[in-house]
Design a protein around this ligand. Structure first.
Ligand SMILES: Nc1ncnc2c1ncn2[C@@H]1O[C@H](COP(=O)(O)OP(=O)(O)OP(=O)(O)O)[C@@H](O)[C@H]1O
Length: 267
């Protein structure tokens, strides 16, 4: 189903700020963020370290509360953890004493559902989709970083969430595995029509994956630039010399450079 202008946005962030008060002082991690994400849209949050990307994702996840402002999901104000979403973090957080299949099935157990035939079949189907079905009975310590992260993606998808929240999921992987997983994610997201919010430091990754790249600048974290990429997500080549994504890579780089220059002038 395609979203219409009458549908409430998947995520609506209205004038959201987040201040952290510690013994060392106060940090304004985010200031006056306004952002609407449509159902089925893939949005990348890009920016230098400390600009508040993870803070914003944690607020969307409902694992933290804004100091001011409001976040709504599909028209309903967010209060408490967003259990309807799927999460993937930089660390895969798999349990070493459970098999890959059993790690995926945790998602059901956490929701008080005893996995039956249907749940096991769904988990196996996802493991097959990301090419690790032969490792279903293996334990995480027997798997490479890329395989582990594939299992973590299956765990995030197995309950069929409408919203997938990803915090630098491929940041710890080598460049080749990272690129391969980016292609797989692009296909999964396009096929399943999930709404995705994806945090990254990588310009290429953001531009390759997203419909829209939101560039944040730090202290306080504000939206510095917004880059819309009107190319079909599942038909893009990896950005490089002479590819259709190049103009968008240039725009994103310019935005990142401007942030660095601003920081140097302030310092
Ligand atoms: N729980 C907290 N207590 C105090 N300060 C915090 C807390 N969480 C985040 N911050 C501060 O808020 C700012 C934004 O942090 P955040 O982790 O969201 O940035 P980021 O863009 O995700 O960074 P990175 O790319 O390095 O992960 C930073 O200055 C950070 O030190």
């Amino acid at each position: 189903m395609t979203a219409t202008t009458l549908d409430p946005p998947a995520v609506s962030i209205q004038n959201v700020s987040r201040l952290f008060r510690t013994r060392q002082g106060t940090t304004q991690a985010l200031k006056g963020i306004n952002l609407e994400i449509a159902d089925g849209e893939f949005v990348a949050l890009l920016g230098p370290s400390g600009c508040g990307k993870s803070t914003l994702l944690t607020l969307i996840a409902g694992l933290d509360t804004p100091s001011s402002g409001e976040i709504s999901m599909y028209g309903t104000k967010q209060v408490g953890p967003n259990t309807a979403a799927g999460f993937v973090f930089q660390k895969d957080l798999l349990l070493d004493w459970r098999s890959a299949l059993s790690n995926v099935l945790i998602q059901f157990e956490m929701r008080g559902i005893r996995p039956g035939k249907a749940e096991v079949a769904r988990a196996r189907e996802l493991l097959a989709m990301v090419g690790v079905e032969q490792f279903a009975d293996a334990h995480p310590f027997q798997m490479s970083g890329g395989m582990r992260q594939r299992v973590a993606i299956c765990r995030a998808l197995v309950h069929d969430p409408r919203l997938l929240l990803m915090d630098e999921p491929f940041g710890a992987l080598d460049a080749i595995t990272r690129e391969r997983l980016n292609f797989e994610l692009a296909e999964i997201a396009a096929r399943s029509k999930k709404t995705v919010v994806f945090v990254t430091h990588s310009v290429e990754e953001a531009v390759f994956l997203a419909d829209r790249v939101i560039v944040l600048s730090p202290r306080p974290g504000v939206i510095h630039a917004e880059i819309v990429i009107p190319l079909a997500r599942d038909q893009r080549g990896w950005p490089g010399e002479g590819t259709p994504l190049d103009p968008y890579v240039r725009q994103a780089r310019q935005a990142m450079d401007a942030i660095h220059l601003e920081r140097e002038n302030v310092a």
